[in-house]
Design a protein around this ligand. Structure first.
Ligand SMILES: Cc1cc2nc3c(=O)[nH]c(=O)nc-3n(C[C@H](O)[C@H](O)[C@H](O)COP(=O)(O)O)c2cc1C
Length: 420
């Protein structure tokens, strides 16, 4: 998305740098308008370096005279952070004597316009400011309220600009067009208790599932996430339950699917094939329990029991055969044939509609480089690079659209990078 950021002359202007960097990481295109006041507080080099674009600052700059209209039309969302008391007043009165206020006036009111005021407590609570804020609300601005606390001026009260993470979230919500498609996403690794200090677990961080949850949320899907207690958490999507053991995840999935109509489950969770049945310590046998610590003086023998495959039970839990089930297969193998065999075996198991394969060798790559292959019944596999592309294809599959094949590679795997 294209986001226009306005920065004004407040001591909080340095926080705009963090906001720009967060929005860039989300893949947004950024343009920045800085007032003369703003440039007293934050360097132009910092803004340009982070945004990757020259800072727009002068309404009469040769070659950019129409920036106030061009930027207003270009933007999908306009965010002023921080918004000074002076510009609260200028925007409320519809002034147009600098680039920021002229652009705000030229901006279509149907598009999201967000402001994050930042000022001294008396400036914020002054009736003039509060009347101006009311006017801005009437004109369609969303006010990201300042918080209370110790202000930069040393006084205490309301006026501190909302944190960049809060502004980032408000922008994501403003850009979101809700779709009535409920999806359930599981992620993170199970942890099977041996005793109070020991457990059998795996190396899953939950990163891919958390990213998918946010990408689906941003695209308007109704996301319910069920995450391991130790997993990376999504920023925007809602985590409805947390799990620790296989049994725990199984119960939470079943309860959720029984109670909430769901169109698809994206089951990224790394689930243990075994849980601990009993522990032999010397001559004695114990049941697994987090309440005790078993002695390590003796030989310890773990007796494991096989867990049922949760992914095969999801349609049954939902009592809906139309539920789309997307399973994930992680391998640790350099051999493409082994990878394919493992993925096809899962694809052909009961209740699974699609399989997303990834290999440990790629799992540590940055999100936009991580390779995945999507297997669907009766279709050649589709290779994608990056969680964002994976999300787009899964969204199309869930919405019942067929993702466009890109180009065939030797193994019949479609490789997006080979596209002309
Ligand atoms: C050190 C310092 C800190 C300031 N902090 C703020 C502030 O947080 N909020 C605010 O509204 N004005 C603040 N001001 C006053 C504005 O910078 C001043 O009103 C300026 O004209 C606003 O410019 P602009 O709105 O055109 O960017 C501060 C001024 C100084 C010197």
């Amino acid at each position: 998305m294209k986001i226009l950021i306005g920065v004004t002359g407040s001591i909080a202007a340095y926080k705009a740098a963090d906001l720009i960097s967060r929005l860039k990481k989300r893949g947004h295109q950024i343009e920045v308008i800085a007032t003369n006041g703003a440039l007293q507080f934050i360097g132009e080099a910092t803004i340009e370096g982070l945004a990757g674009r020259p800072v727009a600052k002068d309404i009469f700059e040769p070659g950019r005279m129409m920036d106030h209209v061009r930027l207003a039309r270009w933007a999908d969302a306009f965010v002023v952070a921080p918004l000074s008391a002076h510009h609260v007043s200028a925007l409320a009165r519809g002034e147009a004597n600098d680039l920021l206020s002229a652009t705000a006036l030229a901006y279509e009111r149907a598009k999201p316009f967000l402001v994050a005021p930042a000022m001294n407590v008396e400036m914020w609570s002054h009736p003039a400011t509060q009347e101006n804020i009311k006017l801005l609300k009437q004109y369609g601005a969303r006010i990201i309220e300042p918080t209370e606390g110790l202000l930069a001026c040393g006084e205490v009260g309301a006026g501190r600009m909302a944190e960049p993470a809060t502004i980032e979230k408000a922008i994501a919500e403003a850009l979101r067009v809700p779709k009535n498609i409920p999806v359930l996403i599981t992620f993170g690794g199970t942890r099977e208790v041996i005793d109070g200090v020991r457990a059998i677990t795996n190396s899953s961080t939950g990163q891919t599932g958390a990213e998918l949850s946010d990408l689906f949320h941003a695209s308007g899907f109704e996301v319910s996430a069920i995450a391991a207690t130790s997993a990376v958490m999504p920023i925007d999507a809602q985590v409805v339950a947390k799990f620790e053991t296989h049994a725990d995840l199984n119960d939470k999935l079943r309860d959720h699917l029984r109670a909430h109509p769901t169109q698809a489950v994206i089951h990224v969770a790394a689930v243990s094939d075994f849980s601990v049945d009993a522990i032999g310590v010397g001559e004695r046998t114990f049941s697994p329990s987090a309440e005790v610590k078993l002695s390590s003086d003796n030989r310890m023998v773990l007796h494991l029991k096989r867990n049922p495959k949760i992914v095969n039970l999801l349609k049954e839990y939902a009592r809906d055969l139309k539920l789309k089930v997307i399973a994930f297969k992680l391998t640790k193998s350099a051999d493409p044939r082994e990878r394919e065999e493992a993925s096809l075996k899962l694809l052909n198991s009961p209740g699974v509609d699609y399989v997303v394969h990834n290999d440990l060798s790629g799992a540590e790559q940055e999100s936009h480089k991580r390779p995945f292959t999507i297997y669907s019944k009766g279709q050649p596999p589709l290779a994608v690079k990056g969680t964002q592309d994976l999300a787009s294809i899964l969204m199309a599959l869930i919405a019942g659209e067929s993702p466009r094949p890109r180009s065939d590679s030797r193994e019949g795997v479609r490789n997006p990078e080979a596209r002309p």
